[in-house]
Every structure is written in C-alpha cells, then in structure tokens.
Ligand binder design. Structure first.
Ligand code: ADP
Length: 445
C-alpha cells in the first residue's frame, strides 16, 4: 500500500500537471483558478474526513468506523486494526483477571493484599469468612482495626515474617489459623490465611500424648531410682561385683529422668498459648546468676575450670517472662560449657557472654571457644533430639532437647536465634529480641 505522503504528493503533482497543461492551452489565470479550486476541494475532503474521525472518537465502535478514501482509507484501516488488537488484548486481560479471581476464590486459603501502611486493598471471599472481613466496607481500613489480637499486631509491625503466626479465630476459639505474610510488589504485603484447626488438633493430641507418657513414666522412674540409690548407699546390700552395674543403672535412670523433665518442659511451653509474662527483667542480676551457674557447672564437670566473661549493658532491661528466659539463656550457656574443652583438656576454655544493643535491638550472645559445629548441622540443631555428637551429648548429661526448648521460648518472645560456628574454633549463639521488648528507663525525679 503506497505511503500517505506519496498519495498526497501524487495528487498535488496531478493537480499541478493539469494546471500547467491548462496554462499552455488557455491562460495562466485559468490555470491558477483551477489549481486553487483543486486545492480547496482537497482541503474540504480532508476536513470532512477529520470531522468524521472526530465524530467517531466520541462513540468509538468497531462497526461504525468510517471507510475513508484516498489517504484517509489507510488511516481508518490502521485505526480499525488498532481497535481490534485493543479489544483482543482487553478480552485477554479480562479473561486473565477472571481466571485469577476464580483461582483465588477456589483456594481454601484466604488471601488479603495489604498496602504499605497495612490497609486492606483486596481480599478473597475465603479471607472475608475466615477473618470476619467485609471488603465492601473494610477496603482501605487498617487491618489492625479489624484483627485486634495484640500478638498479631506485634507480628505485623515486627517485620520478621520468616515464621508463620498462629491466630485463634475470634468467632470460634476452637478454630486456629496460620497467618503468613509475604512482601508483595514494592511495599505491599500478601497475607495468606490457612485453617489449621485439624492439624492443630493432631498436634495437641501428639503433645498431650508425650506429656501423659512422660508424666506416667516419672513416678515409676523415681521409685526405681530411689531404690537403686538406697541399695547403693546401704553397706553390704550390693555385692562388690555388681556395684559397677548398679552405678550404671543409676546413671541411666538419672538420664531418663532428665529426658522426661525436658519433655515435660517442652510440652508445657509448646502448649502454652498465653503470651509470656510482660515484666521488666533485671538483666544484670539475671546474667550474674547465669554466669555463676555456668561456673558451678564447669566445676562440676570433672573439675573443669572454664573462664566465663560477662559484658552486659546494665541500663538495658528486657520485657518478658523471667523464668522462661532464664531457662533459655542458661541452656545456651550450659551448652557452651559442655561443648568447650577446658584448659585442663588442652582447650582455651573461654566463654564470652554479652548483652547489648545491636542495630537498636537487644541481643544476648554466648560465644565459646569449643569444638564448633559443621555448617550442615546448624539448621537442624533446634529439632527435638538432634545431636551432632550423641556420645558427647550423653557424656555431658545432654538430652537433645535443650535447643528445642530455647527455640519455643524465643518464638513466644518474638525473638530469633542466630547460630554461627567454625569447627575447632568455637560457636556463637545470639538471641535477637525485637526493639519493642526493651524496657523503658524509669526517669528519676
Ligand atoms: P544436648 O542436650 O544434646 O546438648 P541441645 O538441644 O542443647 O541438646 O543441642 C543440640 C546439639 O547441638 C548438641 O547435641 C550439640 O551437638 C550441638 N550444640 C549445641 N550447642 C553447642 C555448642 N555450644 N558447641 C557445639 N555444639 C553444640
């Protein structure tokens, strides 16, 4: 198809040719008049098509698009093509949106899109049902106005979404949802809400079973241990040849008792859905107690003598459950002692405990100069009964449950455990608390 400029050029040349011819056979005046009339007609035709184009734009409809003539035929043909492509793209987009809506509505999980300032932008009917929302009235409202659970609010503003959050339905306390938040586009978030009621029931059954078994075993074990101890202490009651066997039996009962105590402690923490106590903990005093416990443990371990250094910011106190955090910190420090060969055994035997603000967050760190842990084990250390070296764990009175207990206590405090280690050089366990857990300094008058 010739170019529009070519068509216009051809018309002007034809008009000029005719005018020249008339000039030759008649006069210049007649030729100029004919040329001017030709240009006027040409202009009129263009204005007419321009008018038609303008009229069509007011009501763009594929069926009523003008056909045009000359250069305008090309314009209208291209416009028709453009409009057809446009309609096809629109149809494709609508189909994609329709498909997305259908998929989102079919998913059993509820989806909510949150704006950068946590307002509800969009949600699926499932999310409306699960979280008691109504998109028609709640759109653009802050989600914290509608889900008023304080732990959920802390999770949302805490910005650490690596672990999901468990939310009890306010409509039915038996229903438990797992909430996952994912950064979406630039600063928006996608909230995924999954009904975990059935899984939670199975989990509760498992926890109850372990707690019940542990509880049932505790009494007979105490009796057996008690008798073994009495017999061992009674002069002449145990023949010399059997004394080592008795000592071994006693050692094993003590070990089993320790495992049972840890299992009970773990199930108590796991099944505790209440928020931990929110009291101000005097960290300087707590850390001193922990340091002394560590020294006692070190002295008890075959007269080993570790050096324990404590460096704590005495103005930095924490809000949380004192007993739980005492247990978590002690676990980390006792691990550091147990997995660090003392100087008498050729090791450096030094443990460094620090408590300070790092990037505005309170951090408790235990660094040891012990055996270290291979990288491949680090992610699994907090699993129940996961031990890198079973022999060493057992030898030092370990149950394989210490770090699981630590993990659950930290989850309850919205804190996370960072572990780094180098084999033969030592390990560092850091507990990073959210800023919100810093106790405000009391202003003295
Ligand atoms: P355990 O009672 O066996 O110490 P934990 O749950 O406390 O159980 O720790 C799990 C495993 O992690 C331990 O068996 C040990 O292999 C490893 N571990 C924990 N702390 C340290 C540490 N400070 N240095 C080296 N290994 C460690």
């Amino acid at each position: 198809m010739p170019d529009i400029r070519l068509k216009a050029g051809l018309f002007v040349c034809l008009l000029a040719g005719i005018s020249l011819f008339l000039w030759l056979i008649t006069s210049a005046t007649i030729a100029l008049i004919i040329f001017a009339i030709g240009l006027l007609v040409y202009l009129y035709i263009h204005i007419t098509w321009l008018h038609q184009l303008n009229a069509w734009f007011k009501n763009p409809n594929l069926k009523s698009i003008p056909e045009g003539s000359g250069a305008w035929q090309d314009v209208f043909t291209n416009l028709l093509q453009y409009e057809r492509n446009n309609l096809a793209n629109q149809a494709q987009l609508s189909a994609a949106v329709e498909r997305f809506n259908l998929t989102a509505n079919t998913m059993p999980d509820g989806l909510v899109i949150l704006s950068p300032s946590n307002e509800i932008e969009w949600c699926t009917p499932h999310a409306e049902k699960q979280l008691g929302l109504d998109l028609s009235t709640d759109q653009n409202l802050p989600i914290v106005n509608l889900i008023r659970d304080s732990q959920f609010i802390a999770y949302l503003v805490g910005k650490d979404y690596s672990e999901p959050f468990k939310l009890k339905s306010w409509q039915n306390p038996e229903v438990v949802f797992e909430i996952r938040l994912m950064p979406f586009e630039s600063k928006q978030k996608l909230l995924i809400c999954r009904d975990m009621t059935q899984l939670e029931k199975v989990d509760i059954m498992r926890r109850d079973f372990i707690a019940n078994v542990s509880h049932e075993l505790r009494t007979p074990l105490t009796v057996v241990g008690g008798f073994l101890e009495t017999l061992t202490d009674m002069k002449g009651a145990v023949p010399d040849a059997l004394k080592t066997y008795f000592a071994m039996m006693l050692e094993q009962t003590v070990r089993m008792r320790r495992i049972i105590e840890d299992l009970l402690a773990l199930s108590t923490i796991e099944s505790n859905n209440e928020a931990p106590d929110d009291i101000e903990i005097n960290m300087a005093s707590l850390l001193n107690t922990i340091k002394n416990d560590a020294l006692n443990l070190s002295h008890g371990l075959k007269k080993a003598k570790h050096k324990v250094h404590l460096e704590a910011d005495s103005n930095l106190n924490l809000i949380g459950g004192q007993d739980e955090l005492h247990s978590a910190f002690s676990n980390l420090v006792s691990n550091a002692i147990r997995y660090t060969p003392p100087p008498s055994n050729g090791g450096r035997g030094e443990i460094f405990i620090t408590w300070q603000l790092v990037n505005e967050q309170p951090v408790f760190t235990v660094r040891d100069t012990g055996i270290g842990i291979l990288q491949q084990h680090i992610d699994r250390l907090t699993e129940r009964f996961y031990r890198v070296d079973r022999g060493r764990s057992r030898e030092t009175g370990g149950t394989g449950l210490g770090l699981s207990i630590v993990k659950h206590i930290l989850i309850r405090h919205q804190a996370k455990l960072d572990i780094s280690s180098e084999i033969g050089k030592g390990s560092t366990f850091s507990v990073v608390f959210p800023k919100a857990r810093i106790a405000q300094q009391k202003v003295l008058n």
